[in-house]
Design a protein around this ligand. Structure first.
Ligand code: NAD
Length: 374
């Protein structure tokens, strides 16, 4: 493994804080935010910066999104939604939040009357994404929903429809779409500098050492596939620029007493052009890679979905793109698109495409790894 992938689970011996101490993830707050889009152009909303409320103040909001939003030009942290009063107090002081912009899960719907909040960013366990995205949309707020979008294609469609009905925009938190090396992978899929793409290998996993979390359980749809597996799934799709036609999948457990949801999952996709993708995910080891083998060469990102340190190499030289704060770019662009009534780079439909495939992965596993048409 060339560099450390991100480790999202908190807890003794495996905390985000400990990982930061180890040296790579701290860059989230120190890398200069790129200004991909200036807020000065063609702004129809009248506000220079849109107000964002983070919903769910767990690891990702606390350690990553809140520091990153400080670097944004088109949005700022205006409010929070939390069920923990002590967090509400601490965040109010730390981020100088107005009291009227602080909500809990019971009074959240009153956010409809608050013009300070334009965007709600849903950063809750996976099983809660649908309900809170729909509640935010019904309150007339634009929504960013974390990955995986929801737990079924039906839920994803309900979320898309709720946002359409309320005339608000929806984006999914797939930050890699805002990262330059990843954007080069997407360009290569279109322009095929190395000829036909024949084989993709991608994996993302981390060694879970803290188990008392929704992530290891079924109830709120934890498990490695939903948590980390969507990264190689995304990678297979954006590395080909195609949608798979079939999938076969297998799941394995090495610590069944500690991890109730799927611990290790592998899946193989076939694309219309014939390209194959071998993908793997798990809570059993730290790995994070994407390799694309073509007719006339190869290229890879290692790591490919960490917060920073994304490094690209081709059979002819390096990618050579600068490091960026992915989350700042993501939130800034989403806010710019809302202000300027432009479509999202990562709309709800993109999250839905993954979940349709995830449902077929479950179907294959239930049928002993049989190939399932998508
Ligand atoms: P976390 O467990 O650290 O935080 C979850 C938060 O939700 C906590 O503040 C918790 O109090 C709150 N919550 C509200 N209702 C809850 C309930 N019924 N049960 C449990 N918690 C409840 O999780 P996290 O790592 O912050 O992940 C949150 C979401 O963000 C997940 O969907 C995850 O996939 C996503 N995420 C995305 C990235 C990324 O790189 N895009 C990284 C980490 C997490």
């Amino acid at each position: 493994m060339k560099s450390q992938p991100y480790i999202p689970t908190k807890g003794p011996g495996n905390s985000r804080r400990e990982f930061i101490k180890k040296g790579t993830a701290g860059l989230v707050t120190t890398v200069a935010a790129p200004s991909i889009i200036s807020c000065a152009n063609n702004n129809e909303s009248g506000k220079e910066k849109l107000g964002m409320a983070l919903m769910g103040l767990g690891y990702y909001s606390t350690e990553v999104l809140a520091p990153s939003i400080q670097l944004c030009k088109n949005t700022y942290l205006a409010g929070i939604v939390t069920g923990t009063p002590s967090k509400a107090e601490a965040w109010q002081v730390k981020y100088n939040l107005k009291k009227e912009n602080i909500y809990n899960y019971d009074n959240f719907d009153k956010i409809a009357d608050n013009d300070n909040i334009d965007i709600v960013y849903v950063v809750l366990p996976n099983g809660l994404h649908k309900d809170f995205t729909i509640r935010a949309a019904n309150a007339g707020k634009h929504v960013i929903c974390e990955k995986p979008m929801a737990v079924s294609a039906r839920e994803c469609r309900e979320m898309i429809n709720a946002c359409k009905d309320n005339n608000v925009q929806l984006s999914i938190g797939y930050r890699m779409h805002f990262e330059p090396n990843t954007q080069e992978i997407m360009r290569l899929a279109k322009e095929k500098d190395f000829g036909d793409i024949r084989q993709i290998s991608s994996g993302a996993g981390f060694n879970m050492t803290f188990f008392d979390t929704w992530r290891s359980k079924k109830e709120l749809y934890g498990g490695s596939m939903m948590d980390m597996g969507v990264y190689p799934l995304q990678a297979a799709r954006y590395s080909t620029g195609e949608e798979p036609v079939s999938v076969s999948a297998q799941t394995f457990k090495i610590r069944p007493d500690l991890i109730e949801a799927d611990e290790i999952t592998s899946f193989q996709l076939q694309f219309p052009s014939g390209t194959m993708a071998n993908c793997e995910t798990g809570f059993h080891a730290n790995f994070n890679y994407l390799k694309v083998y073509c007719e006339k060469g190869w290229y890879e990102l290692d790591p490919f979905s960490a917060y920073n340190g994304i490094k690209g190499e081709k059979s002819k030289g390096e990618f050579g793109f600068k490091q960026v704060n992915q989350q700042a770019r993501q939130m800034d662009e989403v806010a710019w698109c809302i202000k300027n009534k432009k479509p999202m780079r990562v709309p709800g439909e993109e999250g839905l495409k993954d979940i349709i495939i995830v449902e077929k992965i479950w179907e294959s596993i239930a049928n002993g790894g049989k190939t399932v048409m998508i």
